[in-house]
Design a protein around this ligand. Sequence first.
Ligand code: C5P
Length: 218
Amino acid sequence: TLWPVIAIDGPSASGKGSVAERVAQAFGFHYLDSGALYRLLAYAAHTRSVAWNDASKLAQIAAVMEIRFENGEAFLDGEHVSAHIRSEQMGKGASEVAVHPEVRTALLQTQRNFRQAPGLVGDGRDIGSVIFPDAALKVFLTAAVETRAQRRYDQLINRGETASYETILQDLKQRDLRDTQRSSAPLVQLPDAMLVDTTKMNITQAVDMIIAAFKKTA
Ligand code: C5P
């Protein structure tokens, strides 16, 4: 059986993670945070002193690294690495390793393996375009870049970290460019995707919209 997939794609800091997790909870579905895979690879490369532009070595690491998610926590080769991979540095690293087609191919099956009973919610950049083109529901979740920067800033401050709004805004703009302009699986708004713009909407409203839309597909 091909279990139903809800694909939620969109730019960095659009709230995909929180929205996807809640939608998954609502239906009792599995959750795939595909960005975490690229972050894990960036981190694995970093600890092995492999450069983020060394496509063939990166693909080799992707093929052998052992990843596991448990209650939203990420493990790499048995080590708890959530705090490491959530850093801005690994977000940047993720977007650099993610440009290589060899890397994307190496992580393709890993992502498809998350499709298990009774269904899956996946978030990322190419979930609806490449990983699960047959998804029952495709969502393009976005928000104005200034809104996303403000949310990321608030998040870091709440965590007790220091942050500069201007730096975050510039980083996000760069990340957006890299994700949309790359030749391999760029972030696109698919014609068959539902647009959810959270610039003037809170997470609960976005979650409710997606839940209602998925129910209509059944
Ligand atoms: O979503 P997150 O910010 O964790 O993703 C980190 C980076 O990983 C993104 O900026 C993007 O370049 C890359 N990514 C990707 N394809 C995905 C998910 C993430 O290229 N499906």
